[in-house]
Design a protein around this ligand. Structure first.
Ligand code: MRU
Length: 350
Protein backbone atom coordinates (compact mmCIF):
# COMPACT_ATOMS: atom_id res chain seq x y z
CA UNK A 1 0.00 0.00 0.00
CA UNK A 2 1.44 3.37 -0.94
CA UNK A 3 0.98 6.23 1.49
CA UNK A 4 2.04 9.82 1.85
CA UNK A 5 3.11 11.13 5.27
CA UNK A 6 -0.29 12.67 6.00
CA UNK A 7 -1.86 9.22 5.72
CA UNK A 8 0.40 7.76 8.42
CA UNK A 9 -1.92 8.00 11.37
CA UNK A 10 -0.10 5.94 13.96
CA UNK A 11 -3.15 6.03 16.24
CA UNK A 12 -6.70 6.90 15.27
CA UNK A 13 -10.08 6.97 17.02
CA UNK A 14 -12.69 5.09 15.04
CA UNK A 15 -16.20 4.02 16.02
CA UNK A 16 -15.62 4.27 19.75
CA UNK A 17 -12.33 2.43 19.83
CA UNK A 18 -8.63 3.03 19.30
CA UNK A 19 -6.88 1.71 16.23
CA UNK A 20 -3.10 1.52 15.98
CA UNK A 21 -0.84 0.62 13.06
CA UNK A 22 0.79 -2.73 13.82
CA UNK A 23 4.43 -1.61 13.66
CA UNK A 24 5.71 -5.14 14.20
CA UNK A 25 4.82 -6.14 10.65
CA UNK A 26 5.80 -2.98 8.78
CA UNK A 27 6.89 -2.54 6.04
CA UNK A 28 5.75 -5.94 4.76
CA UNK A 29 2.13 -5.29 5.76
CA UNK A 30 0.21 -2.14 6.73
CA UNK A 31 -2.61 -2.98 9.12
CA UNK A 32 -4.50 -1.35 11.98
CA UNK A 33 -5.37 -3.33 15.11
CA UNK A 34 -8.39 -2.38 17.28
CA UNK A 35 -8.18 -1.69 21.04
CA UNK A 36 -11.04 -1.42 23.53
CA UNK A 37 -9.59 -1.39 27.05
CA UNK A 38 -6.61 -0.27 29.15
CA UNK A 39 -5.21 -3.80 29.39
CA UNK A 40 -5.44 -4.33 25.63
CA UNK A 41 -3.62 -1.04 24.99
CA UNK A 42 -0.99 -1.95 27.61
CA UNK A 43 -0.39 -5.20 25.74
CA UNK A 44 -0.13 -3.24 22.46
CA UNK A 45 2.58 -1.06 24.05
CA UNK A 46 4.41 -3.99 25.66
CA UNK A 47 4.44 -6.02 22.44
CA UNK A 48 5.58 -3.01 20.32
CA UNK A 49 2.49 -2.70 18.13
CA UNK A 50 2.97 0.96 19.07
CA UNK A 51 6.39 2.27 20.08
CA UNK A 52 8.30 5.52 20.26
CA UNK A 53 8.01 7.70 23.35
CA UNK A 54 5.32 10.22 22.31
CA UNK A 55 3.19 7.55 20.60
CA UNK A 56 3.36 5.42 23.74
CA UNK A 57 2.11 8.41 25.75
CA UNK A 58 -0.79 9.00 23.34
CA UNK A 59 -1.70 5.30 23.39
CA UNK A 60 -1.69 5.23 27.20
CA UNK A 61 -3.98 8.27 27.32
CA UNK A 62 -6.44 6.49 25.03
CA UNK A 63 -6.07 3.39 27.20
CA UNK A 64 -7.30 5.36 30.20
CA UNK A 65 -10.16 6.88 28.17
CA UNK A 66 -11.19 3.45 26.88
CA UNK A 67 -11.23 2.03 30.39
CA UNK A 68 -13.50 4.82 31.56
CA UNK A 69 -15.86 4.07 28.65
CA UNK A 70 -15.88 0.36 29.55
CA UNK A 71 -16.76 1.32 33.14
CA UNK A 72 -19.24 4.09 32.43
CA UNK A 73 -22.25 2.06 33.57
CA UNK A 74 -20.49 1.01 36.79
CA UNK A 75 -21.13 2.36 40.27
CA UNK A 76 -18.87 5.21 41.37
CA UNK A 77 -16.93 2.80 43.60
CA UNK A 78 -16.45 0.14 40.90
CA UNK A 79 -15.45 2.90 38.47
CA UNK A 80 -12.74 4.09 40.88
CA UNK A 81 -11.34 0.60 41.45
CA UNK A 82 -11.43 -0.28 37.75
CA UNK A 83 -9.70 2.96 36.78
CA UNK A 84 -6.90 2.43 39.31
CA UNK A 85 -6.31 -1.05 37.88
CA UNK A 86 -6.22 0.41 34.36
CA UNK A 87 -3.67 3.06 35.37
CA UNK A 88 -1.44 0.41 37.03
CA UNK A 89 -1.53 -1.96 34.06
CA UNK A 90 -0.65 0.84 31.65
CA UNK A 91 2.16 2.13 33.90
CA UNK A 92 3.74 -1.34 33.93
CA UNK A 93 3.78 -1.73 30.13
CA UNK A 94 7.25 -0.27 29.39
CA UNK A 95 9.68 1.45 31.76
CA UNK A 96 11.95 3.88 29.90
CA UNK A 97 9.87 6.38 27.90
CA UNK A 98 8.74 8.97 30.43
CA UNK A 99 5.97 10.16 28.07
CA UNK A 100 3.98 7.14 29.26
CA UNK A 101 4.01 8.36 32.87
CA UNK A 102 3.60 11.99 31.78
CA UNK A 103 0.41 11.11 29.86
CA UNK A 104 -0.96 8.99 32.70
CA UNK A 105 -0.38 11.88 35.11
CA UNK A 106 -2.21 14.25 32.79
CA UNK A 107 -5.16 11.83 32.52
CA UNK A 108 -5.21 11.33 36.29
CA UNK A 109 -5.34 15.11 36.71
CA UNK A 110 -8.52 15.28 34.61
CA UNK A 111 -10.10 12.44 36.58
CA UNK A 112 -9.24 13.94 39.96
CA UNK A 113 -10.40 17.42 39.02
CA UNK A 114 -13.79 16.01 37.96
CA UNK A 115 -14.54 13.39 40.58
CA UNK A 116 -17.71 15.26 41.57
CA UNK A 117 -19.17 14.69 38.08
CA UNK A 118 -21.08 11.65 36.84
CA UNK A 119 -19.10 8.66 35.60
CA UNK A 120 -20.39 9.32 32.05
CA UNK A 121 -19.21 12.95 32.21
CA UNK A 122 -15.79 11.87 33.49
CA UNK A 123 -15.49 9.35 30.63
CA UNK A 124 -16.32 12.07 28.08
CA UNK A 125 -13.73 14.42 29.58
CA UNK A 126 -11.05 11.71 29.60
CA UNK A 127 -11.65 10.96 25.93
CA UNK A 128 -11.46 14.67 25.10
CA UNK A 129 -8.14 14.85 26.98
CA UNK A 130 -6.72 11.87 25.06
CA UNK A 131 -7.66 13.57 21.77
CA UNK A 132 -6.04 16.77 23.03
CA UNK A 133 -2.78 14.98 23.97
CA UNK A 134 -2.54 13.61 20.41
CA UNK A 135 -3.38 16.93 18.77
CA UNK A 136 -0.84 18.72 21.01
CA UNK A 137 1.80 16.18 20.03
CA UNK A 138 1.50 17.06 16.34
CA UNK A 139 1.61 20.80 17.12
CA UNK A 140 4.70 20.29 19.32
CA UNK A 141 6.44 18.23 16.65
CA UNK A 142 5.80 20.96 14.08
CA UNK A 143 7.24 23.59 16.45
CA UNK A 144 10.34 21.46 17.07
CA UNK A 145 10.57 20.84 13.34
CA UNK A 146 10.73 24.57 12.61
CA UNK A 147 13.46 25.19 15.21
CA UNK A 148 15.43 22.13 14.14
CA UNK A 149 15.16 22.77 10.41
CA UNK A 150 17.03 26.05 10.88
CA UNK A 151 20.03 24.10 12.23
CA UNK A 152 20.42 21.94 9.12
CA UNK A 153 22.30 23.44 6.17
CA UNK A 154 20.96 23.00 2.66
CA UNK A 155 22.37 19.76 1.29
CA UNK A 156 22.93 18.21 4.73
CA UNK A 157 23.39 14.47 4.99
CA UNK A 158 21.73 13.60 8.29
CA UNK A 159 22.25 10.39 10.21
CA UNK A 160 19.43 9.18 12.44
CA UNK A 161 19.13 6.18 14.74
CA UNK A 162 15.99 4.15 15.46
CA UNK A 163 12.66 5.66 14.37
CA UNK A 164 11.62 9.04 15.73
CA UNK A 165 9.17 9.68 12.92
CA UNK A 166 5.43 9.93 12.39
CA UNK A 167 5.22 6.31 13.53
CA UNK A 168 6.78 7.18 16.90
CA UNK A 169 4.39 10.08 17.53
CA UNK A 170 0.86 11.22 16.74
CA UNK A 171 2.25 12.68 13.50
CA UNK A 172 5.20 14.47 11.80
CA UNK A 173 7.79 12.95 14.17
CA UNK A 174 10.50 14.46 16.37
CA UNK A 175 13.87 13.74 14.72
CA UNK A 176 12.24 12.92 11.37
CA UNK A 177 9.96 15.92 11.98
CA UNK A 178 13.08 18.13 11.93
CA UNK A 179 14.09 16.53 8.63
CA UNK A 180 10.55 16.83 7.19
CA UNK A 181 10.34 20.50 8.18
CA UNK A 182 13.74 21.20 6.59
CA UNK A 183 12.56 19.53 3.38
CA UNK A 184 9.28 21.50 3.50
CA UNK A 185 11.39 24.66 3.86
CA UNK A 186 13.02 23.82 0.53
CA UNK A 187 16.28 22.35 1.79
CA UNK A 188 17.83 19.35 0.07
CA UNK A 189 18.28 16.88 2.88
CA UNK A 190 19.30 13.26 2.63
CA UNK A 191 18.98 10.75 5.43
CA UNK A 192 21.33 8.00 6.52
CA UNK A 193 19.25 5.55 8.54
CA UNK A 194 20.97 3.27 11.02
CA UNK A 195 19.39 -0.17 10.78
CA UNK A 196 19.00 -0.22 14.61
CA UNK A 197 19.58 -3.76 15.77
CA UNK A 198 17.96 -5.72 17.26
CA UNK A 199 14.40 -4.53 16.55
CA UNK A 200 15.27 -2.86 13.22
CA UNK A 201 13.26 0.33 13.72
CA UNK A 202 15.65 2.09 11.30
CA UNK A 203 15.52 -0.50 8.52
CA UNK A 204 11.83 -1.26 8.82
CA UNK A 205 10.24 2.04 9.92
CA UNK A 206 12.51 5.05 9.24
CA UNK A 207 13.47 3.80 5.80
CA UNK A 208 9.78 3.16 5.03
CA UNK A 209 8.67 6.62 6.16
CA UNK A 210 11.35 8.34 4.08
CA UNK A 211 10.70 6.21 1.00
CA UNK A 212 6.95 7.04 1.21
CA UNK A 213 7.80 10.74 0.94
CA UNK A 214 10.61 10.54 -1.56
CA UNK A 215 13.11 11.94 0.93
CA UNK A 216 16.43 10.43 -0.15
CA UNK A 217 17.41 7.75 2.36
CA UNK A 218 20.37 5.38 2.59
CA UNK A 219 20.20 2.43 4.93
CA UNK A 220 23.35 1.31 6.77
CA UNK A 221 24.00 -1.27 9.47
CA UNK A 222 24.81 0.23 12.85
CA UNK A 223 28.51 -0.59 12.63
CA UNK A 224 28.97 1.52 9.47
CA UNK A 225 28.33 4.94 10.99
CA UNK A 226 31.94 5.51 12.08
CA UNK A 227 33.28 4.66 8.63
CA UNK A 228 30.90 7.10 6.92
CA UNK A 229 31.74 9.83 9.42
CA UNK A 230 35.47 9.29 8.92
CA UNK A 231 34.97 9.75 5.17
CA UNK A 232 33.12 13.05 5.62
CA UNK A 233 29.80 11.59 4.47
CA UNK A 234 27.68 12.76 7.42
CA UNK A 235 27.03 16.42 8.27
CA UNK A 236 24.74 16.11 11.31
CA UNK A 237 23.09 13.57 13.58
CA UNK A 238 19.47 14.04 14.72
CA UNK A 239 17.85 11.53 17.06
CA UNK A 240 14.80 11.37 19.31
CA UNK A 241 14.74 10.47 22.98
CA UNK A 242 12.77 8.46 25.53
CA UNK A 243 13.79 10.40 28.63
CA UNK A 244 16.08 13.34 29.31
CA UNK A 245 17.35 13.77 32.88
CA UNK A 246 17.46 17.15 34.64
CA UNK A 247 21.15 17.56 33.75
CA UNK A 248 20.61 16.90 30.04
CA UNK A 249 21.70 13.24 29.86
CA UNK A 250 19.69 11.57 27.09
CA UNK A 251 18.24 8.05 27.06
CA UNK A 252 17.45 6.79 23.57
CA UNK A 253 17.49 3.56 21.58
CA UNK A 254 20.46 1.29 22.23
CA UNK A 255 23.36 2.37 20.03
CA UNK A 256 22.68 6.11 20.29
CA UNK A 257 25.57 6.59 22.74
CA UNK A 258 27.96 4.95 20.27
CA UNK A 259 26.80 7.36 17.54
CA UNK A 260 27.24 10.36 19.87
CA UNK A 261 30.82 9.37 20.75
CA UNK A 262 31.63 8.97 17.06
CA UNK A 263 30.01 12.30 16.22
CA UNK A 264 32.14 14.09 18.80
CA UNK A 265 35.30 12.40 17.47
CA UNK A 266 34.46 13.67 13.98
CA UNK A 267 33.22 17.14 15.03
CA UNK A 268 29.72 16.43 13.72
CA UNK A 269 26.82 18.15 15.55
CA UNK A 270 24.67 15.74 17.55
CA UNK A 271 21.10 17.03 17.98
CA UNK A 272 18.32 15.54 20.08
CA UNK A 273 14.71 16.39 19.21
CA UNK A 274 13.03 16.48 22.59
CA UNK A 275 9.49 17.57 23.48
CA UNK A 276 9.16 18.90 27.04
CA UNK A 277 7.03 15.84 27.85
CA UNK A 278 10.22 13.75 27.48
CA UNK A 279 12.21 15.74 30.06
CA UNK A 280 12.07 14.21 33.54
CA UNK A 281 13.17 16.81 36.09
CA UNK A 282 12.73 14.23 38.86
CA UNK A 283 15.68 12.24 37.48
CA UNK A 284 18.95 14.01 38.40
CA UNK A 285 21.13 12.33 35.78
CA UNK A 286 21.20 9.51 33.25
CA UNK A 287 22.37 6.86 35.72
CA UNK A 288 18.93 6.94 37.36
CA UNK A 289 16.94 6.40 34.14
CA UNK A 290 15.34 2.92 34.15
CA UNK A 291 16.60 0.95 31.16
CA UNK A 292 14.32 -1.74 29.72
CA UNK A 293 15.89 -5.19 29.21
CA UNK A 294 14.15 -7.15 26.47
CA UNK A 295 13.96 -10.80 25.50
CA UNK A 296 17.11 -12.73 24.55
CA UNK A 297 15.65 -14.01 21.27
CA UNK A 298 15.80 -10.50 19.79
CA UNK A 299 19.61 -10.75 20.01
CA UNK A 300 20.05 -14.42 19.15
CA UNK A 301 18.19 -13.93 15.88
CA UNK A 302 15.24 -12.14 14.32
CA UNK A 303 11.86 -13.64 15.13
CA UNK A 304 11.65 -17.26 13.97
CA UNK A 305 15.06 -17.02 12.29
CA UNK A 306 17.41 -17.80 15.21
CA UNK A 307 21.14 -18.07 14.46
CA UNK A 308 23.13 -17.83 17.72
CA UNK A 309 24.41 -20.89 19.55
CA UNK A 310 21.74 -22.27 21.84
CA UNK A 311 22.64 -21.76 25.52
CA UNK A 312 24.67 -18.58 24.94
CA UNK A 313 24.23 -15.86 27.59
CA UNK A 314 22.65 -12.69 26.18
CA UNK A 315 22.25 -9.03 27.20
CA UNK A 316 19.53 -6.95 25.55
CA UNK A 317 19.27 -3.46 27.03
CA UNK A 318 16.82 -1.59 24.77
CA UNK A 319 18.17 1.92 25.53
CA UNK A 320 21.42 3.62 26.46
CA UNK A 321 22.34 6.97 27.95
CA UNK A 322 24.27 9.66 26.10
CA UNK A 323 25.91 12.07 28.55
CA UNK A 324 24.85 15.72 28.13
CA UNK A 325 28.43 16.72 27.25
CA UNK A 326 28.11 14.85 23.94
CA UNK A 327 24.86 16.62 23.00
CA UNK A 328 25.32 19.69 20.80
CA UNK A 329 21.73 20.85 21.42
CA UNK A 330 18.27 19.76 22.49
CA UNK A 331 15.61 20.86 20.03
CA UNK A 332 12.39 21.52 21.98
CA UNK A 333 9.06 23.14 21.14
CA UNK A 334 10.24 26.14 23.18
CA UNK A 335 13.45 26.55 21.22
CA UNK A 336 16.96 25.16 20.99
CA UNK A 337 19.01 24.51 24.15
CA UNK A 338 22.67 24.51 23.23
CA UNK A 339 25.03 22.40 25.34
CA UNK A 340 22.18 21.25 27.58
CA UNK A 341 22.68 21.75 31.29
CA UNK A 342 20.62 21.77 34.47
CA UNK A 343 19.99 25.53 34.51
CA UNK A 344 18.89 25.95 30.91
CA UNK A 345 16.72 22.83 31.07
CA UNK A 346 14.96 24.03 34.25
CA UNK A 347 14.32 27.38 32.53
CA UNK A 348 12.22 25.64 29.85
CA UNK A 349 9.56 24.94 32.47
CA UNK A 350 9.19 28.49 33.81
O1 MRU B 1 11.89 0.75 21.59
P1 MRU B 1 11.27 1.89 20.84
O2 MRU B 1 11.07 1.62 19.39
O3 MRU B 1 10.01 2.38 21.52
O4 MRU B 1 12.33 3.06 20.96
C1 MRU B 1 12.05 4.29 20.35
C2 MRU B 1 13.17 5.26 20.44
O5 MRU B 1 14.20 4.99 21.01
C3 MRU B 1 12.92 6.62 19.86
O6 MRU B 1 14.11 7.17 19.37
C4 MRU B 1 12.35 7.54 20.95
O7 MRU B 1 11.26 6.94 21.57
C5 MRU B 1 11.95 8.86 20.40
S1 MRU B 1 10.53 8.72 19.37
C6 MRU B 1 10.06 10.26 18.87
Amino acid sequence: MSLDSQAVETLRWSNGRLEMIDQRILPTRFEYLPYGSASAVAEGIRSMVVRGAPAIGCAAAYGVALESLVLRQASREAFGTGMETGFSILAASRPTAVNLFWALKRMRGVWEANKHRTVQEIADLLLAEAHEISADDVRINRAMGAYGAALLPDGARVLTHCNAGALATAGHGTALGVIRSAVEAGKHISVIADETRPFLQGARLTAWEMVQENIPVTLITDNMAGHLMSRGEIDAVVVGTDRVAANGDVANKIGTYMVAVLAQRHHIPFYVACPLSTIDLAIPDGAAIPIEERAADEVTGFRENQWAAKGVRVRNPAFDVTPAELVTALITEKGVVNQPNRVDIARLFI
